[in-house]
Design a protein around this ligand. Sequence first.
Ligand code: GDP
Ligand code: MG
Length: 596
Amino acid sequence: TPSERIRNFCIIAHIDHGKSTLADRMLQLTGVVDERAMRAQYLDRMDIERERGITVKSQAVRMPWQVDGVNYALNMIDTPGHVDFTYEVSRSLAACEGAILLVDAAQGIEAQTLANLYLAMENDLTIIPVLNKIDLPGADPEKYAAEIGSLVGVAPEDVLRVSGKTGVGVPELLDHVVRTLPAPVGNADGPCRAMIFDSVYDTYRGVVTYVRVFDGELSPRERIEMMSTGAVHDLLEIGVISPEPVPTKGLGPGEVGYLITGVKDVRQSKVGDTVTSARRGATEALAGYSDPKPMVFSGLFPIDGSDYPALRDALDKLKLNDAALNYEPETSTALGFGFRVGFLGLLHLEIIRERLEREFDLDLIATAPSVIYHVTMEDGTEVGVYNPSDFPEGKVREIREPVTRATILAPAEYIGAIMELCQSKRGQLQGMDYLSEDRVELRYILPLAEIVFDFFDQLKSRTKGYASLDYEVEGEQAADLVKVDMLLQGEPVDAFSAVVHRDRAYGYGVEMAGKLKNLIPRQQFEVPIQAAIGARIIARENIRAMRKDVLSKCYGGDISRKRKLLEKQKEGKKRMKNIGSVEVPQEAFIAALSSD
Ligand code: GDP
Ligand code: MG
């Protein structure tokens, strides 16, 4: 297709505002999927995605559409909607000339959508504002048209109104895409440059890489080069998705499609990288490439120690499809053998954990999520701390923690509650704007560690679920942080070490000591539980000694009952962990680590 007949667009929307439903309706209207083959949410393929209603992996579909008797090819690129995937969102946006800003006409715009809208505007995309679900009795298109109109800079009456469910307004929206979005421009005769905006591991075909061609032509059976690494691959197949993969004779400027090289690991096909021809290739890559950086770390341990190899295999498999996932073995005195795993954010963590438990049938304990601290020692050495239990001993000059730029949108009546929460989380207010008379946008600088802790849950509960949050990690700040250890009979329990602000250290120590006191059974001797900063004890509890042993319950009579009890006790011991001479049932660790 010549580039003037191509339109590349994505849909920016908050979860549940109807992106999948609208996309399905477009596939149907353009004849790409017929009525019979149509199942709800054709584009959402992963189970977890379907259940949680989120889109983790983007895809691209080509749809034919005729306007004034001319045939066009519309490429719809599906963007992930969540904050953890900002970089992937930015690459999907970079593959498009325009974006449909889809907003639920009964809800209005949410913080994450606003963040992605700003990202699209920074990328110079043409924005088509659209209100969805106008069939709903609770829809208030007048109010929200004014709101998103003012954000995008159009009159309220120029905001389109559709229903993805009934199909009302959708053909007009497709016409509008053709008429208002610019056609892609590129240098047809130059060396090939195509940007990878997604790559997905497929069991049968290996990695399927989604690309947008900017210059030149990608043709089948040539060798291609990945410009970030210089790695050269044979091109086995190239094509477009419509809605199943269809091999083509090549992809020219402006076109969007897939390629297959036979590699088995998505990290060989990196999002944001530039693909060129191995012979006479481009010398300069397209702008914007960066490696995914894990921001949040957690230890994952199998509850049954014999599942360790199975956990390793499962992580190896997931990594094939997730370039941002990384992990290394970790040993904990409390929890045994496991892995320290790095994630893009909390949702990423939750998704991986759920997939491990569901798809691989593993029972896991996860330690509290933590962030990366950079510590400068008195002698000038620098240490990166990925795990609170690895916090260096000795004199510390400075500790730096990652900070985020956070945006919160909420009804104006909650301003007070939100400010109070942000202040208690060491937030600094940067600004506040009214989107409409009863909705505000609050901007804060907040430490990532506080957000990771329980910020989101608290925000939701203090605003009855009405507030939405977006955040982006932006640099570091020095902070007065300390490591708090929990000691059982003087022995530190590594899984409970935490890096917290000095003002919160006492509270953390008291809370954990209290929890552990209730969870650890009495021993033959008294067991002190202490919270400590270095050598200084800041909180203390005692588990009193137990005198009776198990057999004393049996009145010395029934031998078989005695034996049974002894056996049971032996069984129970297997699931005990020894911290010094204290026996702790694994359940106690699990219970203490699960948030309440
Ligand atoms: P996504 O999370 O943005 O992909 O949203 P979905 O397409 O999964 O839709 C979320 C919910 O809204 C589903 O229950 C849909 O049936 C419903 N929905 C989507 N579009 C419409 C619409 O135009 N009208 C109505 N009444 N409901 C809709
Ligand atoms: Mg969806």
